[in-house]
Design a protein around this ligand. Structure first.
Ligand code: HEM
Length: 254
């Protein structure tokens, strides 16, 4: 008997069939736990974590997108505390999504190659969760512009610098930039995962060079919120570039 079969046999003896008590009925455990490949069909024991990780990430993206739609609604109603609280939920989910990718790095490159043979032409770019997620930054920016910038009457400079008072507009702008940062951190973290498993020099199952993903990761969804940092550094740091007096030794000229 191979080692793989021993694991499967042990697992089969251990596993509880979902009983349809209230917990299982409410959570639909029967359906949920049958969404994975039957144990007998796994190419390698690591395939179960590969499939579950992707499924879990899809669920988190479903919840993130749903929450963002809720946020759009609260922006329209002017319920700023709700907007900030729900953004905080989104950020926590995003951080989890990034952290969870580490689980896949416990899989050896060889085991991933065995799993990869099972994937057909599948690509993460077909992820329904991610594709939906990518539609939301435009919606968020339009709402932010309409309800917080009064369609251009209020500038980002006013919020961050000239009239800075850490008000609700600032809090929502910072929640938006956090969302942008976490979304792109997912892409960067995922690049390291690819680097560890298949390497960055190879092609995806769709035949596209993996470097294309790096271009996506360099994007900023709310460039105006990033640009204000540059503008402020240029304005406040007008003297940068000249050698300024040292703080440890003010009498020293250089
Ligand atoms: C060992 C694990 C993984 C490998 C080797 C891998 C590899 C890849 C590759 C090569 C691409 C480019 C696809 C193409 O151009 O057609 C890609 C895209 C993508 N993958 Fe993965 N992936 C892994 C795990 C995951 C997981 C767990 C998720 C979670 C949802 C995920 C989500 C995505 C997404 C959303 C894209 C599109 C990214 C973008 O457009 O910026 N991947 N992946």
């Amino acid at each position: 008997m191979t080692n793989k079969n021993t694991i499967k046999d042990k697992y089969h003896k251990l596993i509880e069939t979902p009983e349809m008590l209230d917990y299982g009925v409410y959570l639909q455990c029967d359906k949920l736990l049958s969404c994975q490949k039957p144990i007998a069909d796994l190419a390698t024991a690591d395939e179960m974590q590969f499939q579950i990780l992707h499924q879990v990430e899809e669920l988190w993206m479903k919840l993130i997108c749903f929450t963002l739609v809720d946020i759009l609604d609260y922006m329209e109603k002017g319920e700023h505390h709700r907007v900030v609280t729900l953004f905080s939920r989104v950020h926590k989910l995003q951080i989890m999504m990034v952290d969870q990718l580490a689980v896949l790095e416990t899989m050896s490159p060889k085991e991933y190659q065995q799993i990869r043979l099972q994937l057909g032409n599948g690509s993460g770019q077909e992820s329904p969760g991610f594709r939906t997620l990518l539609k939301l930054p435009t919606e968020l920016w339009d709402s932010f512009n309409k309800y917080y910038l009064n369609n251009g009457d209020i500038s980002i400079t006013q919020i961050y610098d000239s009239e800075y008072c850490h008000d609700h507009k600032y809090a929502v702008a910072e929640a938006m930039i956090e969302f942008d940062e976490q979304l792109q951190l997912f892409r960067w973290r995922h690049l390291f995962l690819i680097h560890r498993s298949i390497g960055l020099g190879s092609k995806s199952l769709k035949g596209r060079p993996v470097e294309l993903l790096q271009q996506g990761a360099a994007k900023r969804f709310f460039p105006q919120l990033w640009e204000i940092r540059n503008q402020m550094t240029d304005k406040w740091g007008g003297e940068y570039g000249k050698v300024r007096p040292s703080i440890s030794n003010p009498h020293k000229s250089e």
